[in-house]
Design a protein around this ligand. Structure first.
Ligand code: SF4
Ligand code: SF4
Length: 345
Protein backbone atom coordinates (compact mmCIF):
# COMPACT_ATOMS: atom_id res chain seq x y z
CA UNK A 1 0.00 0.00 0.00
CA UNK A 2 1.26 3.49 -0.87
CA UNK A 3 0.20 6.71 0.81
CA UNK A 4 0.42 9.54 -1.66
CA UNK A 5 -0.34 12.28 0.83
CA UNK A 6 -2.03 13.24 4.04
CA UNK A 7 -4.42 16.08 4.81
CA UNK A 8 -3.94 17.08 8.43
CA UNK A 9 -6.24 19.34 10.45
CA UNK A 10 -3.86 20.54 13.16
CA UNK A 11 -6.50 22.54 15.07
CA UNK A 12 -10.30 22.57 15.19
CA UNK A 13 -10.48 26.36 15.75
CA UNK A 14 -11.01 29.07 13.15
CA UNK A 15 -11.32 32.85 13.35
CA UNK A 16 -13.98 32.86 10.58
CA UNK A 17 -17.34 31.10 10.26
CA UNK A 18 -17.83 30.72 6.50
CA UNK A 19 -21.25 29.78 5.15
CA UNK A 20 -19.75 26.81 3.28
CA UNK A 21 -17.26 25.53 5.91
CA UNK A 22 -17.29 21.71 5.61
CA UNK A 23 -16.37 21.10 9.25
CA UNK A 24 -17.93 24.18 10.95
CA UNK A 25 -14.59 25.02 12.59
CA UNK A 26 -15.63 28.58 13.48
CA UNK A 27 -18.33 27.19 15.79
CA UNK A 28 -16.04 25.06 17.96
CA UNK A 29 -15.91 26.44 21.49
CA UNK A 30 -13.37 24.00 22.92
CA UNK A 31 -9.94 24.00 21.31
CA UNK A 32 -8.56 20.67 20.18
CA UNK A 33 -5.13 20.71 18.57
CA UNK A 34 -2.67 18.05 17.57
CA UNK A 35 0.36 17.49 19.76
CA UNK A 36 3.44 18.52 17.80
CA UNK A 37 5.56 15.48 18.77
CA UNK A 38 2.78 13.06 17.77
CA UNK A 39 2.22 14.92 14.51
CA UNK A 40 5.92 14.98 13.61
CA UNK A 41 6.27 11.25 14.33
CA UNK A 42 3.28 10.57 12.03
CA UNK A 43 4.73 12.77 9.26
CA UNK A 44 8.19 11.15 9.56
CA UNK A 45 6.64 7.67 9.38
CA UNK A 46 4.77 8.64 6.21
CA UNK A 47 7.90 10.03 4.58
CA UNK A 48 10.39 7.40 5.69
CA UNK A 49 8.29 4.22 5.54
CA UNK A 50 5.76 5.06 2.84
CA UNK A 51 7.67 7.58 0.71
CA UNK A 52 4.84 10.12 0.96
CA UNK A 53 5.72 13.33 -0.86
CA UNK A 54 2.88 15.75 -0.07
CA UNK A 55 1.88 16.75 3.44
CA UNK A 56 -1.07 19.14 3.64
CA UNK A 57 -1.54 21.19 6.81
CA UNK A 58 -5.00 22.57 7.41
CA UNK A 59 -7.56 23.18 10.16
CA UNK A 60 -9.68 25.05 11.25
CA UNK A 61 -7.22 27.81 10.60
CA UNK A 62 -3.73 26.26 10.98
CA UNK A 63 -2.06 29.54 11.97
CA UNK A 64 -4.14 29.46 15.18
CA UNK A 65 -2.34 26.36 16.48
CA UNK A 66 -0.69 27.50 19.73
CA UNK A 67 2.67 25.97 18.68
CA UNK A 68 2.52 26.86 15.00
CA UNK A 69 6.02 28.39 14.96
CA UNK A 70 7.49 25.28 16.58
CA UNK A 71 5.73 23.18 13.95
CA UNK A 72 7.25 25.33 11.19
CA UNK A 73 10.74 24.83 12.69
CA UNK A 74 10.25 21.06 12.89
CA UNK A 75 8.95 20.85 9.31
CA UNK A 76 11.87 22.96 8.10
CA UNK A 77 14.22 20.50 9.80
CA UNK A 78 12.47 17.57 8.07
CA UNK A 79 12.66 19.38 4.73
CA UNK A 80 16.47 19.48 4.97
CA UNK A 81 16.62 15.68 5.20
CA UNK A 82 13.88 15.03 2.64
CA UNK A 83 14.14 17.48 -0.27
CA UNK A 84 11.51 15.55 -2.27
CA UNK A 85 8.73 16.40 0.23
CA UNK A 86 6.41 19.39 -0.13
CA UNK A 87 4.49 20.96 2.76
CA UNK A 88 1.32 22.56 1.54
CA UNK A 89 -0.71 24.82 3.86
CA UNK A 90 -4.40 25.59 3.52
CA UNK A 91 -5.28 28.86 5.22
CA UNK A 92 -7.99 31.52 5.11
CA UNK A 93 -5.17 34.04 4.63
CA UNK A 94 -6.49 36.56 7.16
CA UNK A 95 -3.79 36.06 9.82
CA UNK A 96 -0.18 37.19 9.64
CA UNK A 97 2.81 35.17 10.85
CA UNK A 98 6.26 36.42 9.79
CA UNK A 99 7.97 33.00 10.00
CA UNK A 100 5.23 31.44 7.87
CA UNK A 101 5.37 34.09 5.16
CA UNK A 102 9.20 34.03 5.19
CA UNK A 103 9.07 30.31 4.42
CA UNK A 104 6.49 30.82 1.66
CA UNK A 105 8.72 33.46 0.09
CA UNK A 106 12.04 31.69 0.40
CA UNK A 107 11.66 27.92 0.80
CA UNK A 108 11.04 25.74 -2.24
CA UNK A 109 9.30 23.02 -0.14
CA UNK A 110 6.61 25.26 1.37
CA UNK A 111 3.47 26.15 -0.56
CA UNK A 112 0.12 27.70 0.23
CA UNK A 113 -3.51 27.50 -0.83
CA UNK A 114 -5.60 30.47 0.29
CA UNK A 115 -9.38 30.22 0.52
CA UNK A 116 -10.99 33.24 -1.12
CA UNK A 117 -14.58 32.99 -2.31
CA UNK A 118 -14.83 36.02 -4.57
CA UNK A 119 -12.91 38.65 -6.56
CA UNK A 120 -13.92 41.57 -4.33
CA UNK A 121 -14.93 42.49 -0.80
CA UNK A 122 -18.67 42.28 -1.40
CA UNK A 123 -18.77 38.79 -2.93
CA UNK A 124 -16.18 37.41 -0.56
CA UNK A 125 -18.08 38.86 2.42
CA UNK A 126 -21.25 37.04 1.35
CA UNK A 127 -19.49 33.72 2.06
CA UNK A 128 -16.64 34.45 4.47
CA UNK A 129 -17.71 37.57 6.41
CA UNK A 130 -17.04 41.31 6.16
CA UNK A 131 -13.41 42.45 6.02
CA UNK A 132 -12.00 39.03 5.11
CA UNK A 133 -11.05 40.04 1.59
CA UNK A 134 -9.17 43.15 2.79
CA UNK A 135 -7.23 41.17 5.39
CA UNK A 136 -6.15 38.60 2.78
CA UNK A 137 -5.08 41.35 0.39
CA UNK A 138 -3.02 43.02 3.14
CA UNK A 139 -1.14 39.73 3.62
CA UNK A 140 -0.51 38.79 -0.01
CA UNK A 141 -0.32 41.91 -2.18
CA UNK A 142 3.26 42.81 -3.14
CA UNK A 143 4.63 39.60 -1.62
CA UNK A 144 6.99 37.54 -3.75
CA UNK A 145 6.08 33.92 -3.08
CA UNK A 146 8.54 31.16 -4.02
CA UNK A 147 5.66 29.22 -5.60
CA UNK A 148 2.60 31.02 -6.91
CA UNK A 149 -0.12 30.65 -4.26
CA UNK A 150 -3.26 28.77 -5.21
CA UNK A 151 -6.43 30.77 -4.46
CA UNK A 152 -9.47 28.55 -4.08
CA UNK A 153 -13.04 29.68 -4.64
CA UNK A 154 -15.83 27.40 -3.45
CA UNK A 155 -18.65 28.04 -5.88
CA UNK A 156 -22.31 28.28 -4.91
CA UNK A 157 -25.34 30.12 -6.29
CA UNK A 158 -24.26 33.55 -4.94
CA UNK A 159 -20.70 33.75 -6.24
CA UNK A 160 -21.20 31.60 -9.40
CA UNK A 161 -21.58 34.63 -11.75
CA UNK A 162 -18.08 35.78 -10.72
CA UNK A 163 -16.08 32.68 -11.73
CA UNK A 164 -14.47 34.31 -14.77
CA UNK A 165 -13.80 37.62 -13.03
CA UNK A 166 -12.20 35.64 -10.18
CA UNK A 167 -9.92 33.87 -12.64
CA UNK A 168 -8.57 37.15 -14.04
CA UNK A 169 -8.31 38.78 -10.63
CA UNK A 170 -6.24 35.93 -9.20
CA UNK A 171 -4.11 35.33 -12.27
CA UNK A 172 -3.44 38.91 -13.26
CA UNK A 173 -3.64 40.96 -10.06
CA UNK A 174 -2.51 38.46 -7.42
CA UNK A 175 -0.06 36.55 -9.64
CA UNK A 176 -1.64 33.37 -8.28
CA UNK A 177 -3.25 30.24 -9.61
CA UNK A 178 -7.07 30.23 -9.57
CA UNK A 179 -8.68 27.02 -8.38
CA UNK A 180 -12.31 26.07 -7.88
CA UNK A 181 -14.54 23.59 -6.11
CA UNK A 182 -18.30 23.31 -5.68
CA UNK A 183 -19.95 23.72 -2.30
CA UNK A 184 -21.30 20.50 -0.79
CA UNK A 185 -24.17 19.96 1.62
CA UNK A 186 -22.00 19.40 4.68
CA UNK A 187 -20.98 21.41 7.75
CA UNK A 188 -22.31 24.99 7.71
CA UNK A 189 -23.70 24.60 4.18
CA UNK A 190 -26.38 22.10 5.30
CA UNK A 191 -28.51 24.87 6.83
CA UNK A 192 -28.11 27.18 3.80
CA UNK A 193 -28.24 24.51 1.14
CA UNK A 194 -31.44 25.53 -0.71
CA UNK A 195 -30.05 28.99 -1.44
CA UNK A 196 -26.53 27.71 -2.23
CA UNK A 197 -27.21 24.68 -4.44
CA UNK A 198 -26.44 24.78 -8.17
CA UNK A 199 -28.18 22.55 -10.70
CA UNK A 200 -26.16 19.96 -12.69
CA UNK A 201 -26.51 22.14 -15.80
CA UNK A 202 -25.30 25.27 -13.98
CA UNK A 203 -22.28 23.35 -12.67
CA UNK A 204 -21.49 21.88 -16.09
CA UNK A 205 -21.60 25.38 -17.65
CA UNK A 206 -19.23 26.72 -14.99
CA UNK A 207 -16.92 23.77 -15.58
CA UNK A 208 -16.78 24.62 -19.29
CA UNK A 209 -15.82 28.24 -18.47
CA UNK A 210 -13.04 27.12 -16.13
CA UNK A 211 -11.79 24.50 -18.59
CA UNK A 212 -11.60 27.15 -21.33
CA UNK A 213 -9.68 29.56 -19.08
CA UNK A 214 -7.19 26.91 -17.91
CA UNK A 215 -6.48 25.94 -21.51
CA UNK A 216 -6.17 29.54 -22.72
CA UNK A 217 -3.65 30.31 -19.98
CA UNK A 218 -1.99 26.87 -20.05
CA UNK A 219 -2.65 26.21 -16.36
CA UNK A 220 -1.85 22.65 -15.37
CA UNK A 221 -1.13 22.92 -11.65
CA UNK A 222 -4.72 22.47 -10.44
CA UNK A 223 -7.57 20.18 -11.37
CA UNK A 224 -10.91 21.15 -12.84
CA UNK A 225 -13.94 21.24 -10.52
CA UNK A 226 -15.22 18.21 -12.41
CA UNK A 227 -17.60 15.65 -10.89
CA UNK A 228 -15.98 12.62 -9.32
CA UNK A 229 -15.93 9.72 -11.73
CA UNK A 230 -13.67 7.35 -9.83
CA UNK A 231 -12.82 7.12 -6.12
CA UNK A 232 -9.38 5.79 -5.06
CA UNK A 233 -11.04 4.18 -2.06
CA UNK A 234 -12.90 1.77 -4.34
CA UNK A 235 -9.53 0.35 -5.52
CA UNK A 236 -8.54 -2.63 -3.43
CA UNK A 237 -4.87 -2.15 -4.34
CA UNK A 238 -4.88 1.62 -4.90
CA UNK A 239 -2.85 4.54 -3.65
CA UNK A 240 -4.40 6.06 -0.57
CA UNK A 241 -4.63 9.44 1.09
CA UNK A 242 -5.80 10.14 4.64
CA UNK A 243 -7.45 12.95 6.56
CA UNK A 244 -6.30 13.44 10.15
CA UNK A 245 -8.66 15.34 12.45
CA UNK A 246 -7.42 17.58 15.26
CA UNK A 247 -8.11 14.85 17.85
CA UNK A 248 -5.83 12.49 15.90
CA UNK A 249 -8.63 10.47 14.25
CA UNK A 250 -7.65 9.00 10.91
CA UNK A 251 -10.46 9.37 8.36
CA UNK A 252 -10.38 7.69 4.91
CA UNK A 253 -10.80 11.13 3.34
CA UNK A 254 -11.85 14.66 4.17
CA UNK A 255 -15.45 14.04 3.13
CA UNK A 256 -15.89 10.77 5.05
CA UNK A 257 -15.66 12.94 8.13
CA UNK A 258 -18.16 11.37 10.49
CA UNK A 259 -16.67 9.51 13.48
CA UNK A 260 -18.27 6.29 12.24
CA UNK A 261 -15.71 6.23 9.39
CA UNK A 262 -12.68 6.58 11.70
CA UNK A 263 -10.06 3.92 10.89
CA UNK A 264 -7.42 4.70 13.52
CA UNK A 265 -5.80 7.43 15.60
CA UNK A 266 -2.30 8.85 15.31
CA UNK A 267 -1.99 9.04 19.12
CA UNK A 268 -1.74 5.24 19.19
CA UNK A 269 -1.01 4.43 15.59
CA UNK A 270 -0.75 0.85 14.49
CA UNK A 271 0.08 0.98 10.79
CA UNK A 272 -0.77 -2.68 10.20
CA UNK A 273 -4.22 -2.28 11.75
CA UNK A 274 -4.74 0.93 9.78
CA UNK A 275 -3.90 -0.88 6.54
CA UNK A 276 -6.26 -3.73 7.47
CA UNK A 277 -9.05 -1.24 8.16
CA UNK A 278 -8.53 0.61 4.90
CA UNK A 279 -8.42 -2.69 3.00
CA UNK A 280 -11.75 -3.71 4.55
CA UNK A 281 -13.31 -0.37 3.64
CA UNK A 282 -11.96 -0.53 0.08
CA UNK A 283 -13.29 -4.04 -0.37
CA UNK A 284 -16.71 -2.88 0.78
CA UNK A 285 -16.67 0.27 -1.38
CA UNK A 286 -15.47 -1.65 -4.43
CA UNK A 287 -18.91 -3.31 -4.54
CA UNK A 288 -20.22 0.08 -5.76
CA UNK A 289 -18.70 -0.84 -9.11
CA UNK A 290 -21.23 -3.66 -9.49
CA UNK A 291 -24.25 -1.46 -8.68
CA UNK A 292 -26.67 -0.14 -11.27
CA UNK A 293 -27.50 3.52 -10.65
CA UNK A 294 -29.12 3.69 -14.10
CA UNK A 295 -25.71 2.72 -15.50
CA UNK A 296 -26.91 0.13 -18.01
CA UNK A 297 -28.56 2.88 -20.07
CA UNK A 298 -25.92 5.54 -19.39
CA UNK A 299 -23.52 6.84 -22.04
CA UNK A 300 -20.70 6.84 -19.45
CA UNK A 301 -21.19 3.25 -18.35
CA UNK A 302 -17.94 1.86 -19.75
CA UNK A 303 -15.76 4.57 -18.23
CA UNK A 304 -17.48 5.41 -14.98
CA UNK A 305 -16.14 4.43 -11.54
CA UNK A 306 -19.62 5.13 -10.09
CA UNK A 307 -18.77 8.38 -8.34
CA UNK A 308 -18.10 9.42 -4.78
CA UNK A 309 -19.09 7.27 -1.77
CA UNK A 310 -18.87 10.30 0.55
CA UNK A 311 -21.42 12.25 -1.52
CA UNK A 312 -23.58 9.12 -1.57
CA UNK A 313 -23.51 9.15 2.21
CA UNK A 314 -24.19 12.92 2.43
CA UNK A 315 -27.08 12.79 -0.01
CA UNK A 316 -28.58 9.34 0.54
CA UNK A 317 -27.11 8.18 3.87
CA UNK A 318 -25.44 5.09 2.45
CA UNK A 319 -21.96 4.46 1.03
CA UNK A 320 -23.36 2.22 -1.70
CA UNK A 321 -26.22 4.50 -2.77
CA UNK A 322 -26.11 6.86 -5.77
CA UNK A 323 -24.01 9.99 -5.24
CA UNK A 324 -26.69 11.94 -7.19
CA UNK A 325 -24.05 13.39 -9.53
CA UNK A 326 -24.96 11.27 -12.59
CA UNK A 327 -26.63 14.18 -14.43
CA UNK A 328 -23.64 16.41 -13.61
CA UNK A 329 -21.22 13.72 -14.83
CA UNK A 330 -23.12 13.29 -18.12
CA UNK A 331 -23.56 17.02 -18.77
CA UNK A 332 -20.00 17.78 -17.74
CA UNK A 333 -18.64 15.12 -20.10
CA UNK A 334 -20.64 16.53 -23.02
CA UNK A 335 -19.65 20.15 -22.26
CA UNK A 336 -15.98 19.26 -21.79
CA UNK A 337 -15.85 17.42 -25.12
CA UNK A 338 -17.58 20.38 -26.83
CA UNK A 339 -15.20 22.90 -25.22
CA UNK A 340 -12.19 20.80 -26.27
CA UNK A 341 -13.45 20.64 -29.86
CA UNK A 342 -14.03 24.42 -29.99
CA UNK A 343 -10.55 25.09 -28.60
CA UNK A 344 -8.91 22.65 -31.01
CA UNK A 345 -10.38 24.45 -34.05
S1 SF4 B 1 -22.85 8.52 -14.47
FE1 SF4 B 1 -24.20 7.47 -13.01
S2 SF4 B 1 -25.54 6.22 -14.27
FE2 SF4 B 1 -23.81 6.82 -15.56
S3 SF4 B 1 -22.38 5.10 -15.35
FE3 SF4 B 1 -21.81 6.64 -13.81
S4 SF4 B 1 -22.87 6.02 -11.92
FE4 SF4 B 1 -23.83 4.93 -13.65
S1 SF4 C 1 -15.13 9.19 -0.96
FE1 SF4 C 1 -15.36 10.89 -2.43
S2 SF4 C 1 -14.21 12.58 -1.52
FE2 SF4 C 1 -13.55 10.69 -0.49
S3 SF4 C 1 -11.76 9.97 -1.65
FE3 SF4 C 1 -13.55 8.97 -2.55
S4 SF4 C 1 -14.16 10.33 -4.24
FE4 SF4 C 1 -12.82 11.50 -2.92
Amino acid sequence: MTFKGSYIEITNRCNLDCRDCYNSSGRNKITIELDIDVLIKYIEDLIVIYNTKIITISGGEPLLHSKFNELLDRLTEISHHHPQVVFSFITNGTLYNSKFYDLLENHSQFMVQISLDGPNEEICASMRGAGTFTKVMDNVIKRKFFHKPVYKMIINKTNAPYVEEYFHFVYEQLNGIPCYGFANPQGNAVKNWTEMALSPLEKAKILAIVQKKYKEYNIKEVTLPAPTVHCDLTDTDGIKDFCIKSDGSVQPCQNLYDNKFCIGNIYNLNWELLKTNIDKLSLYLSTRLEKDYGCKKCLLNNNCGKGCPAFSFMRNEGLLTSDEDCDFRRLATIMMIKTDKKLDK
